[in-house]
Design a protein around this ligand. Structure first.
Ligand code: TMP
Length: 211
């Protein structure tokens, strides 16, 4: 029987480098001869596609204005469960490592702010299996902003500077509560050069294998 793969999550502010580091980790693991699948949330599934439209501000809520924050929090949670059952769990069961660019910690950080109810956000995400490791790339909101501007993409719903500064603090609170719940979390200095961060991520994942 093949051994289950490892479920690794990369987290951080918009501009923290989670997408780049997810891709590099996937490449590194494949270079070591492992099967590794890189994915992201919002996912490529139907709920994820809807969320992408909301984030790009292409669609509004039913009343024509912004989406209700609690409805949006439920969509993120629903996408997570669909992503898990359709993509993540089958691959883990087949022995593949799965790397997700964002997962529950994003909801705990962002939706706790937008809904004002961190406990409820944790509750609606209660069915989402815990990752084997969540790696938080800590980057100051100021630097994340410089990186987002450098990328030159159209700002999405949450890519507003004042909000991102609040998200940075919200992540720190969410890290504490996730740790208290027994989840395995590592924090890395995401302000280091890309290659250095990639080495640190790979070292954490290698240590996980020896557990
Ligand atoms: P990204 O694809 O650039 O990471 O953008 C996804 C955006 O969605 C980012 O602003 C974070 C936000 N988000 C949440 O607010 N809650 C969540 O649960 C997830 C997965 C993402």
């Amino acid at each position: 029987m093949s051994r289950a793969g490892r479920f690794i999550v990369l987290e951080g502010l918009d501009g923290a480098g989670t997408t780049t580091q997810s891709r590099l980790l996937g490449e590194r693991l494949r270079g070591l001869g492992r099967r590794a699948h890189v994915t992201a949330e919002p996912s490529g599934g139907p709920v994820g596609a809807l969320l992408r439209q909301v984030l790009q501000q292409r669609i509004n809520g039913g009343g024509g204005g912004g989406f209700d924050p609690s409805a949006l929090a439920l969509l993120f949670a629903a996408d997570r469960l669909d992503h898990l059952s359709a993509e993540v769990l089958p691959r883990l069961a087949a022995g593949e490592d799965v790397i997700s660019d964002r997962y529950t910690l994003s909801s705990l950080a962002y939706q706790s702010l937008t809904t004002g109810d961190a406990r409820w956000v944790a509750e609606v995400n209660g069915l989402a299996r815990a990752p084997d490791l969540t790696i938080f790339l800590r980057v100051r909101a100021r630097l994340a902003l410089v990186r987002r501007r450098g990328a030159g993409t159209t700002p999405e719903l949450y890519e507003v500077d004042a909000f991102q500064r609040r998200v940075a603090r919200s992540y720190e609170r969410a890290l504490v509560s996730l740790r208290a719940s027994g989840q395995r979390i590592a924090v890395l200095d995401g302000e280091q050069p890309v290659a250095q961060v990639a080495d640190a991520v790979a070292a954490l994942v290698a240590a996980l294998r020896r557990r």
